[in-house]
Design a protein around this ligand. Structure first.
Ligand code: 5GP
Length: 116
């Protein structure tokens, strides 16, 4: 995992590479995961290049709340009335592979616990 905040998601935000964008506003972007782990697998990201939740700052409080409410709205738009899994892989032990904060929304299949 690179230590810079320039990632593949930066290119998606700038529309330099294609993505299936399902929601966008001035602060956030949501697009389908290129390697889906469930019938619905959407990533919600801030446009601001925060590495992960461990690197978030007090001034990011409103942005983080906005991202969670975006998760709610995107999940509803995707038809996940029966529930869904929300995941933020963080750092090496968390299995994070892209160094730009992202919230996975996984749904349309039952989820098991504990995760792997
Ligand atoms: P992580 O493993 O860091 O929690 O999640 C990164 C996610 O980004 C993975 O699920 C991976 O499939 C997805 N991903 C990586 N590169 C791209 C890309 O270029 N486009 C899209 N749509 N998803 C990507």
């Amino acid at each position: 995992m690179s230590n810079t905040t320039e990632t593949i998601f930066s290119k998606i935000i700038r529309k330099e590479i294609p993505a299936n964008i399902v929601y966008e506003d001035e602060l956030a972007l949501a697009f389908t995961d290129i390697n889906p782990q469930a019938p619905v697998h959407i990533l919600v990201i801030p446009k601001k290049p925060i590495i992960n939740i461990a690197n978030a700052k007090p001034e990011d409080q409103a942005l983080l709340g906005h991202l969670l409410l975006t998760v709610r709205d995107v999940a509803l738009q995707a038809g996940l009335e029966n529930g869904y899994r929300v995941v933020m892989n963080t750092g090496a032990d968390g299995g994070q592979t892209v160094n730009h904060l992202h919230i996975h929304i996984l749904g349309s299949r039952p989820m098991s616990w504990p995760p792997g």
